[in-house]
Design a binder for this molecule. Structure first.
Ligand code: ATP
Ligand code: MG
Ligand code: ZN
Length: 646
């Protein structure tokens, strides 16, 4: 049975509702991957890695793709699904995620459905009917259901009802999305993912298996637990050039947040917090000041969580305040900022969460609000497993503390933030990207030999007196602070007391952080980490080693993402009109706006101002189906607009 189902042109509201029905009556045509890319998804070029994965799957090879959040993993299996005969089964961990994907696919004219516990009797029966008739190309399924459904029987029924070739009655491709859920070392372990291999064995013919994840560290686990056969493995570049990275150390996080959202009114964004309580507090702060904010955490009732998520997805609320429970696989493409109100436990999680910004390729900002307290809380969480049945495994604790250290260095370091992230994922990157807060603060290369000697000798002197203190205290001592602790411990009698009184506390802290990071001093982990000498302290104190570091120049203006990325001109007024039209269409169809068109597609319309369907098809994000469905209504709006402005 063919994959290239076409819809006949018809008019708007009906149009959207009828798509599904019409698609099932359409004639077969065979296409190639570029035609499918344009006709269904409206894009003309593949993103890095996509084509290679598609080729491998089409050649009948298993595949494992590790690609960052928002890189475009879905197309890597959706395109083969449309080109291969037979059914593609996609195992996906979250119901909301399936719903979103199926909506978007149907909107693009792809015959897809889902099986999960949220379906009513009728919906379930309707899905089964589609499957039996061979009228479904992509089936999303929750892992828990794999062994519950009788796929052998489904295949037999498909056989008896199908008129296509032999393969069309088979499951030809099994996709494991968010494949890191299979590993206990991953951050979202789902025991039911362990049944996938068993499920595949129940099929009479082994399908091609393709796994996708954004998490690098569980690659080996995925390969072995899924029994992939000589797979094609690819890890694509982790750089997302449209994302601007920034770390702030605000005195008041809530004031900084309010200031940020005020300046970014009307933009959609996510604020991640580390606890439910913080989510509640931040949400309240925003709501009190009339910002349209939704909240999401595991402590809310299911119904409320869903409603809040939809408020955000459907643009009824522009800001989502959430714990890390929110967001996996959600493809809301117009998220313009992701603020981390608290520092996450590791770079992997940070990058995945921050990566939910700018999925449409438009400039977007990822801002981390850092405070030392976040580090201590994370340390506490890592070292105190709250699961009494399974006390924390010592090796895992150490491993996680190491990861936390890397995250902390990202937040406190002074070199290019993007290069830090990319280095973490094993990629080489230039030391200056020009699109992160560190690069944009303009650094200068400073000789800090003398300051390093002062700090290290202060720590050594304290050690001689049998005392160790945290970073803040060390800074206070060298800057000649007068707090009670200093007096009580007679620290003002140290020879190093006050020797850096002319250095600002910020600068002193940056240098101290640098010395710890470079291993000239050590920071021992614990609830109250203290600075202590390291094996390399002597290089500074006795060998008088020359040390340089990049330090920010004082008082340089900060460039934002918008200033640092060239934005092509476009017409704001027209953009608003297009947005309104999109909203009406989306409301009519009961889908989120971004399912109809992404902001990026609307922007492209503003730039190219297409006046007929032929021109409309040149817009990025417009495929055949959407051209037929929306071409007339959008181009007539644009024509009308052009007449009024000319
Ligand atoms: N070749 C392409 N050209 C333009 N846009 C694309 C292309 N491929 C994918 N996209 C867009 O990129 C966005 C992200 O894609 P997708 O949801 O597949 O990301 P992902 O890799 O699965 O991320 P996550 O790990 O968060 O699930 C989508 O809005 C999609 O339409
Ligand atoms: Mg995805
Ligand atoms: Zn940079």
């Amino acid at each position: 049975m063919s994959k290239a189902a076409r819809e006949k042109p018809c008019h708007l509201a009906d149009n959207v509702r009828n798509t599904w029905r019409n698609m099932q009556e359409t004639p077969p045509t065979r296409k190639d991957k570029f035609a499918v890319l344009k006709d269904y998804f409206g894009y003309t070029e593949f993103r890095p890695g996509q084509e290679a994965v598609i080729n491998a799957i089409l050649a009948g090879r298993d595949a494992l793709a590790v690609m960052p959040t928002g890189a475009g993993k879905s197309l890597c299996y959706q395109i083969p699904a449309l080109l291969l005969n037979g059914l593609t089964v996609v195992i996906s961990p979250l119901i909301s995620l399936m719903k979103d994907q199926v909506n978007a696919l149907r909107e693009a004219g792809v015959r897809s459905a889902s099986l999960n516990s949220s379906l009513s009797h009728e919906e379930y029966a309707a899905t089964m009917k589609l499957l039996y008739r061979g009228d479904c190309d992509i089936l999303y399924i929750a892992p828990e259901r794999l062994l519950k459904e009788n796929f052998l029987q489904i295949q037999q029924k498909m056989q008896s009802m199908s008129q296509g070739g032999e393969d069309s009655q088979k499951i030809t491709l099994v996709v494991i999305d968010e494949a890191h859920c299979i590993s206990q070392w991953g951050h979202d372990f789902r025991p039911s993912y362990l049944h996938i291999a068993e499920f595949i064995k129940t099929l009479d013919q082994r399908p091609v298996i393709a796994a996708f994840t954004a998490t690098l560290k569980v690659k080996e686990d995925i390969l072995s637990i899924l029994f992939l056969k000589e797979p094609f493995v690819i890890t694509t570049g982790f750089d997302r050039q449209n994302l601007y990275f920034e770390v702030r150390k605000p005195k008041s996080k809530s004031a900084a947040l309010l200031d940020y959202v005020q300046r970014n009114r009307n933009k959609s964004g996510i604020v991640y917090c580390n606890t439910r309580k913080t989510v509640e507090d931040v949400w309240e702060t925003l709501s009190d000041r009339n910002f349209a904010a939704a909240k999401y955490h595991a402590g809310l009732e299911d119904a409320e969580r869903h409603e809040n998520q939809d408020d955000f997805l459907y643009d009824r609320k522009t800001i989502m305040v959430a714990t890390n429970a929110f967001g996996m696989g959600i493809d809301k493409s117009n998220v313009s900022f992701v603020i981390h109100y608290n520092m996450p436990k590791n770079i992997e999680s940070y990058y995945q969460e921050a990566g939910r910004a700018g999925r449409d390729g438009e400039p977007a900002e990822c801002v981390l609000f850092y405070s030392g307290r976040d580090v201590r809380i994370n340390e506490f969480l890592i070292t105190h497993s709250n699961d009494e049945e399974a006390p924390a495994d010592e090796a895992l604790v150490q491993h996680n503390l190491e990861l936390l250290k890397l995250m902390t260095w990202y937040a406190t370091g002074t070199d290019c933030l993007r290069s830090r992230l990319l280095n973490y994922f094993g990629e080489n990157a230039p030391s200056f990207c020009g699109n992160c807060s560190n690069c944009n603060t303009l650094f200068e290369n400073v000789n800090i030999t003398i300051e390093a000697q002062k700090l290290v000798s202060c720590v050594l002197r304290l050690e001689q007196r049998g005392r160790r203190f945290g970073k803040t205290m060390i800074i206070d001592i060298v800057r000649g602070g007068k707090n009670e602790k200093i007096r009580n411990f007679h620290l003002d009698t140290l020879s190093t007391y006050g020797i850096m009184k002319d250095s600002s506390s910020r600068r002193t802290r940056l240098i101290l952080d640098f010395l710890i990071e470079q291993g000239y001093l050590a920071l021992n982990a614990g609830e109250f980490p203290v600075v202590c000498p390291s094996a390399r302290s002597g290089e500074i104190a006795f060998e008088r080693k020359n040390v340089r570091m990049m330090l920010p120049k004082e008082e340089m203006p900060k460039k934002s993402a918008e200033a640092s990325l060239p934005i092509q001109e476009f017409d704001e007024v027209l953009f608003e009109k297009l947005r309104d039209l999109r909203k009406t269409i989306a409301q009519d169809a009961g889908v989120p706006s971004y399912i109809v068109f992404s902001d990026a597609a609307l922007r492209d319309m503003c730039r190219k101002k297409p006046v007929d369907k032929r021109e409309f098809l040149l817009i990025s994000g417009v495929g055949e189906i959407k051209m037929e469905k929306y071409g007339d209504i959008f181009t007539s709006l644009i024509r009308g607009y052009r007449e009024t402005v000319n």
